[in-house]
Ligand binder design. Structure first.
Ligand SMILES: NC(=O)CCC(=O)C(=O)O
Length: 276
């Protein structure tokens, strides 16, 4: 299968509307690919907290609509990165009717027919006591997406630091771990190391797609990468906007897991000792 990771430059001088239509055209241009991947929160920027309240959108909002059309026109599976989702509210909602719903950092996966097949609300919110950690709600469920090319395991940016989430994804059948990100350049070495670690420990492909450029004063890491289930880096981007096109064999996952069956040796069900 052919994967195309689109390392979008999220530049503050470009409006959300014009970036949305530019990215839709870029997705359309990937019609030879099987799976296209976009970064985390590319419409606004993963650190542009000030924009989120005004640009939050529902799951049938302008970004989802544009990405659905682009996936259908290109005939590709599209992991459209993530958007600031505004939760729908209604008479039964916790927020109450007429009140704005909570915001989530939500990933969207579309099929080649343009249908929204899976959503994933980021579980681990970044910022400690600021930014996303305060402003966004947290997801409560891991998510996988069955595609014609294998099962995707969905995780977003900061999730990459939490191996226990990836263990759950492996147990749920994930073969291709797809990780959109807005990771800062300052911690690029962590990004590269953790992406390889997740591939090796999961014996799965990692497709990690970061944004480029600088927004909200935070220089982005770029260096999107594809790692195979043996931990080899098949392709790695630079720091500018680019499309990383990689041919991969999803059958390699089963082969590596059979030839070197470490997942079978996990010590499941051991009692947790009391703290001393
Ligand atoms: N957007 C993010 O989740 C940033 C994560 C990050 O900067 C880090 O883990 O380091």
């Amino acid at each position: 299968m052919r994967a195309a990771l689109m390392q979008i430059d999220v530049h503050p001088d470009e409006s959300v509307d014009s970036r949305r239509s530019r990215v839709a055209d870029l997705v359309r241009a990937q019609s030879g690919a099987d799976l296209v991947v976009l970064p985390e929160l590319w419409p606004t920027g993963a650190f542009a907290y000030d924009l989120w309240e005004d640009t939050a959108e529902p799951l049938d909002g302008p970004t989802a609509t544009a990405m659905s059309g682009a996936a259908r026109d290109a005939g590709v599976w599209l992991h459209a990165g993530s958007i600031v989702e505004r939760e729908a509210t209604g008479p039964g909602s916790a927020e109450g009717p007429g009140r704005p719903g909570r915001m989530f950092n939500t990933s969207l996966v579309f099929g080649p027919d343009g249908e929204l097949r899976r959503t994933y609300r980021k579980i681990h919110r970044f910022g400690f006591d600021e930014g996303e950690a305060v402003v966004m709600g947290g997801g409560e469920q891991i998510a996988t997406a069955a595609t014609a090319h294998g099962t995707l395991g969905l995780a977003t940016c900061y999730d990459l630091r939490f191996p226990e989430q990836f263990r759950l994804l492996v147990d749920a059948g994930a073969e291709l771990l797809v990780i959109p990100a807005g990771w800062p350049a300052r911690r690029r070495e962590h990004w590269l190391l953790l992406a390889r670690a997740r591939a090796v420990e999961s014996q799965a492909f990692v497709l990690a797609c970061c944004s480029a450029g600088t927004h909200a004063g935070v220089e982005q890491a770029g260096h999107s990468l594809v790692v195979d289930p043996w931990g080899e880096v098949l392709a790695e981007g630079g720091t500018d906007e680019e499309v990383l096109v990689v041919d991969i064999d999803p059958g390699q996952v089963a082969k590596v897991r059979a030839d070197f069956p470490v997942l079978r040796d996990r010590l499941l069900g051991l009692p947790v000792p009391p703290r001393r």
